[in-house]
Design a protein around this ligand. Structure first.
Ligand code: UD1
Length: 420
């Protein structure tokens, strides 16, 4: 399995071009199953998760062509309605084929995603919403079967929690509903807005994406479209933190400060100076990193997907900060690894107390999820000596060309093979 070797201690200076968002492209690719016409997606990042989802879509009957950021998907007919365990296990977002399959084919068999490294992560909200639209849901041998042979119907459904995937699956399921589906307490994330824009470009009738309530008026079919994937706000936040941790100055292009609004205040309090310009912003600091208390929240609050990176920053703050993870019950796997690099962090329940230290020391480390892995890369960039981050495949799931992007700004990151 590949590993990254990082020789730390060099300030990062230069420009990084932010890729299309992983969490936007995955649901949008699934939405392409809703039409027999061609869907053309621009600004698609070259990621392992995109590859995995292409395999799943091809298994279901789609033809996909992916070259230089452009992904063409055409699903003349749905040939299979099962998302098998092997694919869902690798990538939880595979459950997002459920809504489109039920809407277009009247049935979906999807392996239950089960737990993952960051928590139990059930899909009860997805299933309850589908039931509210009249689907029949059964569970058997680890698979959930959702049936609506005569189509889904209009309804009003209030999500008990604004689940991102739940909102996306229900939005896609509802596009052909008979009548009107009103979804309340939905997620507000920009990725939801990007999905709704794409569905509307295909001919869907969706209003309210980006607010608490989304209304979908069912249509009889959808056409093709050309659609651009929005910039990755988590990648943006990650490199913003990298600039501060290494005491360099980065210009991030193809992004905006408004995309990371839950992070900008904490970054400012930590001492960041941010200058917005056309098509991006620059970020640096001119003093020590200040401690900041934060809580992760649904959008527009601080994203849970940036918690590990922000914690890495706080390990070098001039004081103590308190971080509370409110979205997942078990998202501190990076803590013991950061501690091995010299950080001082104590976790109690959902709260982490981070006492800043003057410097981190390079070490061999390993992480069990994507964002935890990247927090260790950040720590390695700022640390004295060499850090080896094992299990790089986690990073390859969500960060396009990570070592190239960092090395162009002065980092010393190399990839090698080796067991972990
Ligand atoms: C998406 C993101 C992920 C991010 C998360 C929260 C993608 C591909 N992934 O994941 O990177 O960390 O949003 O911002 O977009 N929950 C339930 N029942 C459900 C669904 C969710 O209890 O049916 C709980 C989960 O266990 C979790 C919380 O709700 O504790 C948030 O989950 P959700 O918003 O659904 O996240 P995902 O869509 O899985």
């Amino acid at each position: 399995m590949d590993k990254l070797n990082i020789v730390g201690g060099t300030p990062l200076n230069g420009t990084i071009y932010i890729s299309g968002a992983k969490n936007a492209v995955l649901p949008i690719m699934c939405a392409a199953l809703l039409t027999d016409k061609e869907v053309v997606l621009r600004n698609v990042p070259k990621l392992l998760d995109v590859r995995s989802l292409i395999s799943l879509l091809e298994h279901l009957g789609a033809t996909c062509e992916f070259r230089a950021g452009l992904l063409r998907i055409k699903t003349t007919a749905i040939k299979a309605t099962t998302a098998p365990y092997e694919l869902v296990r690798k990538m939880r977002a595979s459950v997002l084929v459920m809504g489109p399959l039920v809407a277009r084919a009247g049935v979906a068999h999807v392996s239950m995603p089960g737990g993952c490294a960051i928590g139990t992560r059930p899909i009860d909200i997805h299933l309850d919403g589908l039931k509210a639209m009249g689907a029949e849901v059964t569970l058997d041998e680890g698979y959930v079967t959702v049936k609506a042979p005569s189509g889904l119907s209009g309804c009003e459904y209030t999500l008990p929690f604004p689940s991102v995937g739940g909102t996306e699956n229900l939005l896609m399921a509802a596009v052909f509903a008979k009548g009107q589906v009103v979804l309340k307490n939905v997620a507000h994330e920009p990725e939801i807005v990007n999905l709704a824009e794409m569905l509307n470009a295909m001919g869907a009738k969706i209003v309210g994406a980006g607010t608490d309530t989304i209304t979908i008026r069912g249509v009889s079919n959808l056409g093709g479209c050309t659609h651009s994937i929005l910039p990755d706000r988590i990648e943006t936040g990650t490199y913003a933190v990298a600039a501060l941790m290494t005491n360099g100055k980065l210009t991030l292009r193809n992004t905006s400060l408004s995309l990371i609004q839950g992070l900008t205040q904490p970054l400012k309090k930590a001492g960041a100076i941010m200058e917005e310009h056309n098509g991006g912003f620059s970020i640096w600091r001119d003093g020590p990193i200040q401690p900041v208390d934060v809580v992760t929240e649904p959008y527009p609050g601080l994203a849970t997907d940036l918690q590990a990176q922000f914690m890495a920053l706080m390990t070098l703050a001039a004081g103590t900060s308190i971080i509370r993870e409110s979205i997942y019950e078990n998202r501190y796997m990076h803590v013991p690894e950061l501690v091995r690099m010299g950080a001082n962090i104590k976790v109690q329940g959902e709260t982490a107390v981070v006492r800043g230290v003057p410097a981190l020391k390079g070490a061999p480390v390993m992480a069990t999820d994507l964002r935890a892995s990247v927090s260790l890369v950040l720590a390695g960039l700022a640390a004295e000596g060499t850090t080896t981050v094992n299990r790089v495949y986690h990073l390859d799931r969500g960060y396009e060309h990570i070592e190239d992007k960092l090395n162009r700004c002065g980092a010393h990151v190399s990839r090698s093979n080796g067991s972990d």
